[in-house]
Design a protein around this ligand. Structure first.
Ligand SMILES: Cc1cc2nc3c(=O)[nH]c(=O)nc-3n(C[C@H](O)[C@H](O)[C@H](O)COP(=O)(O)OP(=O)(O)OC[C@H]3O[C@@H](n4cnc5c(N)ncnc54)[C@H](O)[C@@H]3O)c2cc1C
Length: 288
């Protein structure tokens, strides 16, 4: 289908972009890589009156360390993340970056676009949840820093207001003894996940887990934290019993629907399996 008519602007500064969103509140939409939005326009599932293309805002594309955080600009592409030495230091983030779509998707799609779009099957939201990241958004008047765990409200619904632009993702730099991993199963290479798990753990010198983040993608209405798995991990040591607890918590905690990716029971089993695979790799990377 051909998209409905819309106005188009390509501002050269963040302030100009924010002014456009403010002046056309409710009818303007941000365009980043376009890899989720353009298909919606073509199917007329989205019919914005104005597209605010942030493709010129190069100062929103960066990866840096500052203030004890990894800070990533919203316009950073999946490919730039995959290539970043700073991102490579996190097993969790580098696992996820390399497994998104195909090279074309990774070259165009952005971290900010993926997080703002909040597709329950996309990969970054679970990574943000497990690594306890924050999402920075701005409008003309103020900046808000929203914990990822309060950001994903429903399917394709986030805490971003229509006049706000997502500018940055902030990830706390984990202490020594931390490891993370992302495990994903998909129907074919380059596809969205059938089930995926993000795990980050910190272990002390005796091998006890002192901090844990566990989140799942593609098996519920939203990406979500597996609270029961995190509780089981805290204070525990690696063991087959611990793996069973995490597997059960993931499988029972999700709420998948039957679709082209498979039936409900299969998806539950895969949620448990992905959680255990990510846990094993995360513990190995943590030195446990
Ligand atoms: C064939 C294919 C395969 C894919 N496979 C995967 C996959 O395996 N895993 C995965 O996670 N994703 C996958 N994707 C999605 C891809 O990662 C997209 O890049 C991502 O979902 C959206 O990023 P974008 O930059 O293209 O955003 P856009 O499509 O430009 O925007 C998406 C939405 O976010 C809003 N938005 C964008 N940027 C901002 C911002 N800075 N502030 C506020 N709002 C903003 C837009 O208004 C729009 O509503 C795939 C896409 C395709 C087409």
């Amino acid at each position: 289908m051909i998209p409905a008519a819309f106005d188009y602007a390509r501002p050269s500064s963040l302030d100009e972009a924010l002014r456009l969103l403010h002046d056309r509140e409710g009818e303007a939409k941000v365009l980043a890589g376009g890899y989720s939005l353009i298909p919606l326009l073509r199917y007329r599932l989205a019919q914005p009156g104005l597209l605010v293309d942030i493709g010129n805002l190069d100062d929103l594309a960066y990866v840096r360390e500052a203030g004890g955080q990894l800070q990533i600009g919203a316009r950073t592409t999946h490919h730039q993340l995959e290539q970043s030495d700073l991102v490579q230091r996190s097993g969790l983030w580098s696992d996820a970056a390399g497994g998104i779509g195909d090279p074309q998707v990774r070259n165009w799609g952005t971290l900010g676009g993926s997080v703002a779009h909040a597709d329950p099957s996309s990969d970054w939201p679970a990574v943000l949840l497990a690594s306890r990241a924050s999402v920075v958004v701005r409008d003309l008047k103020r900046e808000r820093v929203i914990p990822a765990r309060e950001f994903f409200l429903d399917t394709f619904v986030t805490a971003i207001e229509p006049t706000e632009i997502l500018t940055e993702i902030r990830v706390p730099l984990p202490p020594p003894g931390t490891g993370g991993a992302y495990a994903k199963t998909e129907r074919k290479a380059g596809d969205f996940a059938t089930a995926a798990a993000a795990v980050q753990v910190t272990v002390d010198a005796g091998g006890a887990i002192t901090a844990a983040g566990v989140a799942l993608s593609a098996v519920s209405e939203t990406p979500f934290v597996v609270v029961a798995a995190e509780a089981a991990l805290l204070g525990a040591h690696a063991s087959p019993e611990l793996e069973s607890s995490v597997r059960r918590a993931a499988a029972e905690g999700c709420n998948p629907t039957r679709d082209g990716h498979g039936p409900v029971d299969y998806k539950r089993a895969m949620a448990g399996e992905m959680a255990v695979r990510a846990l094993r790799r995360a513990l190995a990377r943590a030195g446990a």
